[in-house]
Design a protein around this ligand. Sequence first.
Ligand code: GLC
Length: 437
Amino acid sequence: MYDLPNAIRKLRADFVMSGAQILEIARLFKGDMVSGLSGQKSSLKMIPSFLTRPTGEEKGTYLAIDFGGTNVRVLLVDLRGRGDYEIRECRAFPLTDPSGGFDFKSENSDITDLFGFIAKQIEDMVKPGCVYPLGHTFSFPIRQLGVNRAILLKWTKEIKTSGVVGRDINEILADSLKKQNLNNVVPQAVINDTVGTLLAGAYNDLRADIGSICGTGHNTCYLEPRSPITGGEMIINIESGNFDKLPTTKYDMQLDSASEHPGEQRLEKMVSGQYLGELARIIIQDFVDQGLIFNNKDTGILSKKHNFRSEDISQLLSDDTPGLANVSGWLGLRCGIHDSLLEERVILRSIASIAVIRSVQLIAATYAGILSHIDPEFCGVHTIAVDGSLYELTPGYSRMLQVTLNNVLKRKDLVVTKLVKNGSGVGAAIAAALVYN
Ligand code: GLC
């Protein structure tokens, strides 16, 4: 049996990668991108968006639907040109609301119920007699047949709504708008949330050519210089969460085999907010089972699946008091442990930090792979537009991602990662503008 310092040293060695290891993953990622683009076997779907970058001069008022998971948002966005935009109105509602008497996520609910509900929200936001082009961010695995044609391949994120798998999502939306007599609302584009984030980032930054979500889920898109479809520039949704050429630990295996779809979304399960808490929980529980920490104590939430969330990780990491007093309070409140040792609190925080560092390193590796594909000589300057709670709210995450990229690429001036909030909503409006004009 390892003693505690040795156990944590081993964990760090298993999780934290060297620069050379990160570069190797970048190389494998680039390889899968190239295979996916040319239709060969690959873990990366490389879905065409049929869109390219905006100029920042697109203007007008557009409607946007942002459908990504737990909530749906409907936005009215004014694009003003010169990279300036304003969200004039935004309505958000959960997909499940027991007090409102609906659960659009359940298999007993039909997609027309959900889109009928969305159409009703839109009705209150538009004036009769004006035309509203609409962009739709739909962040699920799709087969994109055109800018306005997307077939849902399967639901993810715990959604089971009936009547949509295998169908064109936009056709169903257009029917629901017609039923509501909203003939002045005209769907123009269906996009992924990463594409929305890139479009919103590029609207006021011409160097933005990569868009990424680091939140509950994880995925990245980029501007492909030579799309196999047009031969020219096109934004490609990599669906990078499914990348599978990764060094995995016994903890990753355990998490994957207990997950809803074992073997799928391997990268996403190692990096994203949905899984990072669970990964840390599995490691902590293993330390408890080995008798290394919390000797013989019932660890409450730590022993139950999915009870430890990425918000808990943020709480542990944000404690900068000398005796880790906040971690101590957290242990009392969440786990019913009131007499932890400082050593145990330090270990808890180290485990959270190790899981976060690896998440940063793996995502940096994929960004480095994309950069070496689009700019092999590293001669341009690139902005990566990022949205998502993991990136925005995890202490130190965004800074660490930037520093890791700089170190791996051995350049400080090549790439800037920056937060683009509401990217998937604003990006849908920009997509509508790109198609409509
Ligand atoms: C999941 C979806 C992907 C989406 C990502 C972030 O990985 O498959 O389409 O972009 O979550 O929301």
